[in-house]
Design a protein around this ligand. Structure first.
Ligand SMILES: Cc1ncc(COP(=O)(O)O)c(C=O)c1O
Length: 414
């Protein structure tokens, strides 16, 4: 189990007061807070080591290059990948766009279909919608039931004649919904589509998985995995794309410029080896080093312990929310085994933004709105939801406090 009090000591921001109250940070699904070790690693880089990578033979540049290489090795080990298969991007959105531009544009053609789920964050929905329009392919949406589970028959794919007919060339799916927390049975869903087209390429948005549970890409039936460093204790500005080496090697670069080339001539240019081929220009060196420190931190806790802690919190919150009776509507599955650390709800008769505003008065930070998942949120017949997301530094006492303050909300609007 996690020693949460000790963990909290390591996050300086948790000492902040908001409107005179202790900060209760319940928005790690949007971005997590950062421990001292991550802050120190980045500060140390700028103070003592700042030099561009791959460009110099002098000590500081060699050192910076080594630090970035080490961070890449840490990330690779963390998710069971080969080091050269880890591509650093700006964020999960850029990772997903990279796949769309470099793989999708070339390989998705008229007559093909792309299958996305209704659970997707816009970052894994909109790029494929745009691609399908441009390449005249069919955009199919895999629906959810009333609890936000993917319906496990392909016949429910929206549209009249779309079925599991072998036309699907690419599946874009999340492993965990950022809005309502649903965990997806990835293997089952992929096998269903692969039974008709064994070559279907699978893009997994693991933005809400990698920070919260053990992910081993070598055991997943997927070709690409995208996630952001800032949701897993790392800094903003660094994302990761993992891709199978065989697939990445066949792809064209996404961005052109320095660092990604083999040889440049007046007539033509060749591309560098993986991962450089996909990393044009100076990367966020300090950010990558910070992400490496974040991986160290998570490894020291153990990802199974992280998941256990979150299961305990979400289970506790689901029970505790029952105290609120019909004052609140909770969305999504009511079962911790199928749920990540996100709890979405609405308070009767009060708009989600107003609820979040009232909670902010008490120092509680929650998210409100559509959570960049409009197709999912609107499928519940609402235009917005409040969302509390939990992480390693959250406690049951904070959930008690949230529930207590939710009881105040209707009084404010009475
Ligand atoms: C499931 C999921 N996918 C993608 C993203 C996009 O991440 P970023 O904004 O870091 O690109 C998020 C961010 O909330 C997310 O939760």
């Amino acid at each position: 189990m996690l020693d949460v009090q000790k963990i909290r000591e390591e996050f300086p921001i948790l000492k902040r007061k908001i409107n005179g109250h202790d900060l209760v940070y319940l928005d790690s699904g949007a971005t997590s807070q950062k421990p001292e070790s991550v802050l120190r690693a980045m500060d140390d880089y700028y103070r003592n080591n700042n030099a561009n990578i791959h460009r110099g033979v002098y000590d500081m540049s060699v050192e910076s290059t080594r630090m970035v290489d080490e961070a890449r090795e840490k990330v690779a080990k963390f998710i069971g990948a080969r080091t050269e298969e880890i591509i650093f991007t700006r964020n999960a959105s850029e990772s997903l766009n990279l796949v769309m531009y470099s793989w999708g544009k070339k390989n998705i053609k008229e007559g093909d279909a792309v299958l996305v789920t209704r659970l997707e964050h816009h970052s894994n929905f909109v790029p494929w919608q745009v691609l399908c329009k441009e390449n005249k392919a069919e955009f199919r949406v895999w629906n959810v039931d009333r609890e936000g589970r993917l319906v496990d028959e392909i016949a429910s794919v929206r549209s009249t004649e779309t079925r599991n007919d072998g036309k699907v060339k690419l599946i874009a799916m999340t492993g965990a919904s950022n809005a309502i927390g649903t965990l997806v049975d990835i293997k089952k869903m992929v096998e269903m589509v692969r039974s008709k087209n064994p070559d279907v390429v699978v893009v997994l948005d693991a933005s809400q998985m990698v920070p919260h549970m053990k992910v081993d890409v070598s055991k997943l039936p997927v070709d690409f995995v995208a996630f952001s460093g800032h949701k897993m204790l790392g800094p903003t500005g660094v994302g990761v794309l993992w891709g199978k080496k065989e697939v990445l090697n066949k792809m064209e670069p996404f961005l052109y410029g320095g660092d990604m080339i083999g040889e440049v001539g007046l007539e033509s240019t060749t591309w560098g080896e993986l991962p450089n081929k996909f990393e044009a220009g100076t990367p966020d060196i300090a950010g990558i080093i910070g992400l490496g420190a974040a991986v160290d931190y998570l490894e020291s806790l153990g990802m199974d312990n992280v998941r256990e802690h979150e299961k305990e919190l979400i289970g506790y919150a689901l029970e505790k929310f029952k105290e609120l009776g019909d004052l609140v509507t909770v969305y999504g599955v009511d079962n911790v085994e199928e749920k990540g650390g996100a709890l979405a709800f609405n308070v009767k008769g009060v708009h989600a933004h107003d609820v979040a505003q009232v909670l902010n008065n008490y120092g509680i930070a929650v998210r409100s709105g559509q959570h960049c998942a409009a197709p999912l949120v609107t499928s519940f017949g609402v235009s917005a939801m409040v969302r509390a997301t939990f992480y390693i530094y959250n406690t049951k006492e904070e959930i008690d406090y949230l529930v207590e303050k939710l009881k105040e909300v209707p009084k404010v609007f009475a």
